[in-house]
Design a protein around this ligand. Sequence first.
Ligand code: ADP
Ligand code: MG
Length: 456
Amino acid sequence: MNNHELWQSVLAQMQFHISKANFATWFQNTEIISKEDEKIVISVPNAFSKEWLNNKYYKLMLKTIRDAENSIKELEFVIKPQSLKNFAQKEEKIDSKESEKIDAEQLKFEEFKINKETSLNPRYTFENFVVGSFNELAYAASVSVSENVGNTYNPLFIYGGVGLGKTHLIQAIGNKINDNLKKKKVRYISSEKFVSSIVSGIRNHNIDIFKTTMSSIDVLIIDDIQFLAGKDKTQEEFFHTFNSLYEKNKQIIISSDRPPNAIPELEERLRSRFEGGMIIDISLPDYETRLAILKTKLQEKNLKLPEDILEYVASNVKKNIRELEGALNSLLIYYKINNRIPDLEITKKLLKNFIFSPFNIANYKKIIEIVAKFYNLEEKHLFNPTRRKEIVRPRQIAMFLLREELKYSFPAIARKFGGKDHTTVIYAHKKIFQESQENSKLNEELNVIKQRVYSG
Ligand code: ADP
Ligand code: MG
């Protein structure tokens, strides 16, 4: 690897660890200017960058470099303001044929302006939302809500694991309504923002202002409602907001990382309100959809990558759509900086972090941890020899999953659970299996748990 390639691989890795904005700020005008036996010298555009990289990213960069060049023991940063110029010159060198394929400008991280009134991000639309079997119901319901505001599914409750498109979808509804029906007051709010508004309203004795604002909304979109778990005061306020809107046929759209009946410490009255509407999940995209998503994202940027590269990404990056985008971006950054399409080998290198991430693999520890967390228990509770229903059930589910997902033998599972008779395990497995066939709530729970086990 020459210096340039080496630095590329560092950049590609770094972007997985920091936000886009940070990446652009700290790394855009950096390069390796010399490599000695044990030391690499990196030029940075200013003192601020130098200090920041030295303090925050030194270890990570060194590690990435050492993965490629084991002999390196030290990094040094030097300030070289003109490196900015170099960068510009390099871009000018793109020959015309290349520039047909790649418009460097388009690779700049797109910044969309959040609408001040609605808090919606205009980048989330139905048009750029790829539909597959994993999300088609959620998509159809969302479109329907955007066309029949307040009259079809109310509330619309969409749940699923992280990075699977919940925020995209519920904001797309908002954007659509906002475009079509200018008079409707649409408002997107994250649950965290909702909580902090309530808290500061109480502290500053002006909660009525917040309440009035809320009750004047026509379409309320509230994201990640699971954050309200255990926050009693906020739940109470939300309940009132909900009711006042609902009674007026105003549309309420909610997202969550799990179904209402699986949110711990959610007031019963809220749960039953949510269950009175439409509840739909988004699951994991399959290979074909992952490929389609990659192609759509490329098309948006007016770019092409060879089929074999796309297939490699789609078959290896499976955790969620956000990761898929991250993987694609790292290829595009390589493309931009090197002015060359990454081949399969380079792609493999660039995506190392995704492919070998432990995220896509289930293991014993994860199953136990996630089952316990899901049922709001401590892990050790699962191993208690108690017959209490609220523990027996999760324990049976853990046993079931160890068998189904890891193919553990019944005696092996029995040993894990303190040497129980293995017929107990067989019984647990059969019971959960049969029930999951008939009981859609249990089936739903199993799906959420599995999704979490496989998505880290
Ligand atoms: P969540 O809210 O479920 O964590 P997001 O809505 O933030 O997930 O989605 C993560 C990223 O993936 C976003 O950039 C989003 O635009 C993109 N994305 C998710 N689902 C799709 C889809 N079906 N088609 C295109 N892009 C998607
Ligand atoms: Mg989200």
